[in-house]
Design a protein around this ligand. Structure first.
Ligand code: AOF
Ligand code: ZN
Length: 363
């Protein structure tokens, strides 16, 4: 947040921070934030803020307009997503902004929903409102990645997270390479960051081998007001023990078609038979999963990468050497695909570890 105070970027950064409060809670809707600003001599005064808390509830703009009341008249609205123009579960936000007398609307990213897709902006312009788009667009697109994948790809956005040593190993050979092994690779700051991601993801995926080795809880710990992502276990033959800690109600077990796992259904799991990873992701999409955090291990991640189903990589690098061990991907990427070429968008030090964030450019 190094944007000059009072600039469009500064207020949009505040709107993005508002939107972030809804992350992991809004699916199938996007996380959206809105800040209303009354221009004054020194850049402007924030008169209303809002975010979309969950599907079925009012949109971000409505909460911000409620807070601003009469002070919305003549204000500038900073919205992280194009205001909607359609009657969905809620009425159009473009109309609400117009009715409140907002003078200018600044938008970060367009809404790819075919019911909106530019019509919100058109409506505002037609009403004589000054409209500007593309402010902090890259950040907004990343924040809305799950929703955008839902709309544009018909599947969840997949983030592969792993932690490796300086010599590129995620676990010693005899270990499973799962989440517990990762916990041992990095320090507490990296661990806390992962908990933040779990809080923001709709679902978290592991392979059954990781589950059998580590019995991970796959919960969010140490985040104030945090919620747990939905566990998804890739387990073709239904080998998941019904007593596994991750098998809380709503957990999904992806099996091969025809695999029998009555004990897992009794334990409250949702069985999702799928012949391919694409089919599994379509099933998760239908269950309302927009962002999927892939946490292990290398065999499952390789299968995703081979099918070009990894959209982003978040890799921790710890200053340790391990010698022989497992790599983040178990097999070769036999054919070059989008997942083979990534754009690094952030590089951070967290405690003693480095975090590299890189996304796949698909369009
Ligand atoms: C906005 N502001 O805060 C959000 C928007 O069923 P509804 O009425 O909730 O509409 C959902 C659609 O509205 C969703 O697919 C997306 O296109 C847009 N979400 N729009 O102006 C918001 N959450
Ligand atoms: Zn709306």
């Amino acid at each position: 947040m190094n944007d000059p105070p009072g600039s469009d970027e500064d207020f949009m950064a505040q709107a993005l921070a508002e939107a972030a409060r809804g992350l992991g809670r809004t699916s199938p809707n996007p996380p959206v934030g809105c800040v209303l600003v009354q221009p004054n001599g020194s850049g402007g005064e924030v008169v209303g803020r809002g975010f979309h808390p969950r599907a079925g509830e009012p949109h971000a703009e409505v909460f911000a307009l409620r807070e601003a009341g009469e002070r919305a008249r003549g204000a500038t609205a900073y919205v992280t997503l194009e205001p909607c123009s359609h009657f969905g579960r809620t009425p159009p936000c473009a109309d609400a902004l117009m009715a409140a007398g907002v003078a200018r609307v600044v938008v970060a990213a367009g809404d790819p929903n075919p019911q909106v897709n530019g019509r919100g902006l058109e409506r505002l312009r037609a009403a004589g409102i000054a409209v500007q788009t593309g402010v902090l667009e890259a950040q907004a697109v990343r924040q809305q990645a799950g929703f955008r994948a839902r709309m544009l790809l018909g599947r969840p956005f997949v983030i592969y997270k792993y932690a490796m040593t300086l010599d590129g190993k995620v676990a010693a050979l005899e270990e499973g390479g799962g989440s517990e092994a990762n916990g041992a690779v990095t320090g507490p700051e990296a661990r806390a960051r992962v908990m933040g991601w779990r809080n923001e993801a709709d679902a978290i995926a592991v392979g059954v081998d990781t589950l059998l080795t580590d019995d991970p809880q796959l919960t969010t710990r140490g985040v104030v007001g945090g919620r747990d992502p939905r566990p998804v276990i890739f387990d073709r033959q239904g080998r998941t023990p019904p007593t596994a800690r991750a098998l809380r109600p709503g957990a999904v077990v992806v099996t091969a078609p025809g695999a029998e796992a009555p004990a897992l259904a009794d334990a409250g799991a949702v069985l999702l038979p799928a012949a391919t990873l694409e089919e599994a992701l379509r099933g998760l999409h239908d269950l309302g999963v927009s962002t999927l955090l892939l946490e292990g291990g290398p065999t499952l991640a390789s299968a995703f990468a081979e099918s070009d189903l990894i959209d982003e990589v978040r890799a921790f690098i710890a200053p340790k050497l391990l010698g022989a061990g497992l790599s983040p991907l178990a097999g070769p990427l036999r054919r070059m695909n989008a997942a083979g070429m990534l754009d690094m968008y952030a590089l951070e030090q967290l405690g003693a570890d480095i975090l590299v964030s890189a996304s796949v450019r698909r369009v």
